[in-house]
Design a protein around this ligand. Structure first.
Ligand code: MG
Length: 160
């Protein structure tokens, strides 16, 4: 039995694509760092990519719990040519702010449709985005503090 409206189901499928595309962006950034032997930064962005994958799976699980239909959409190719580290860390923060806006749009839609059962999931994502934006802005602050890329790389650690 379906317990989720078609409209919210579709919006969640769109969000799955956005989370996977976020992962795709971060994989490209990780490769950029790997090419330059900035291994801690590469690890940071690879872990971020994995986190995006888990975000997509959280939406998938919720859709299925509500008796909806999961549709994995085509992913768009993402930018992979970066000029410098600052461009990457600033893009990361901008991108997470964009994702926060998308999550808030979903929350608004769930309220409009009176989809009470999805509030908790979206609340979780709103809190998760606070962390995501904080991680990205911490990266910018740290980068500003180190003049040398390898020094910066040496000081980037990410909890499991
Ligand atoms: Mg995400």
């Amino acid at each position: 039995m379906t317990n989720i409206s078609e409209k919210l189901n579709e919006a969640f499928n769109n969000q799955i694509r956005k989370e996977l595309e976020s992962g795709y962006i971060y994989l490209g950034m990780a490769a950029w760092f790997e090419e330059r032997s900035l291994d801690n930064l590469a690890l940071w962005f690879n872990k971020q990519a994995q986190e995006e994958f888990s975000h997509a799976m959280k939406f998938k699980a919720h859709i299925l719990e509500r008796g909806g239909t999961v549709h994995y959409q085509a992913l768009a190719e993402q930018k992979q040519d970066w000029n410098n580290i600052m461009e990457i860390v600033e893009t990361t923060l901008e991108h997470e702010k964009y994702i926060t806006d998308k999550i808030i749009e979903l929350y608004d839609l769930a309220q409009e449709l009176k989809e009470y059962s999805s509030y908790h999931l979206l609340q979780w994502f709103i809190e998760e985005q606070v962390e995501e934006e904080d991680n990205a802005s911490t990266l910018i602050d740290k980068y500003k503090g180190y003049k040398n890329d390898f020094n910066f790389d040496h000081h980037v650690k990410r909890a499991e």
